[in-house]
Write a protein that binds this ligand. Structure first.
Ligand SMILES: [Fe+2]
Ligand SMILES: [Fe+2]
Length: 152
């Protein structure tokens, strides 16, 4: 599988989780219930961003450069997202956790859309199908301990 298809498939699941958490948010009436809602989502999204950065962004660096280009923007947004997860985890009260959550939703959606509409298209242009599928295999291998697949 091409790494871009694997990452797109993960985005599809994250969109579902985002919608689910967003809908539940107004009814969550304690700080710990909000923090609890975000814990698994944050863990999975950070793993997604980490793999994306390590495998796809690193492979695109020779073509797109590191400073000031789309990779710098994507990495900045990954940091912004992780920073908001940390703020939700350590929020002092319910209202501030809710505010951080409301800031997070559009940032994640816009980030995904930029990857889907711009970055993954660049990957298809600058990397060969072979490279994309080798990266896809690395991606699946790195997931093995987490999802229990038994890959060769
Ligand atoms: Fe990303
Ligand atoms: Fe992504």
């Amino acid at each position: 599988m091409l790494i871009t298809d694997a990452l797109l498939g993960e985005h599809a699941v994250f969109y579902l989780f985002l919608g689910h958490i967003e809908q539940a948010l107004p009814a969550l009436d304690s700080l710990s219930s909000i923090q609890h809602r975000f814990a698994a989502f944050a863990f999975a999204l950070e793993a997604h961003a980490g793999l994306e950065d390590e495998l796809l962004f690193n492979a695109l660096e020779p073509h797109l450069g590191v400073q000031g280009g789309p990779l710098a923007v994507m990495r900045f947004e990954h940091n912004q997202i992780v920073d908001l997860f940390r703020k939700i985890e350590s929020a002092a009260d319910l209202d501030s956790a809710r505010d951080f959550a409301r800031q997070l939703f559009p940032i994640v959606r816009r980030h995904f859309q930029k990857e889907e509409q711009v970055l993954f298209q660049m990957a298809a242009r600058f990397l060969s199908e072979d490279e994309l599928s080798t990266l896809g295999a690395h991606c699946a291998k790195r997931r093995t301990p987490l999802v229990g697949l038994d890959l060769p």
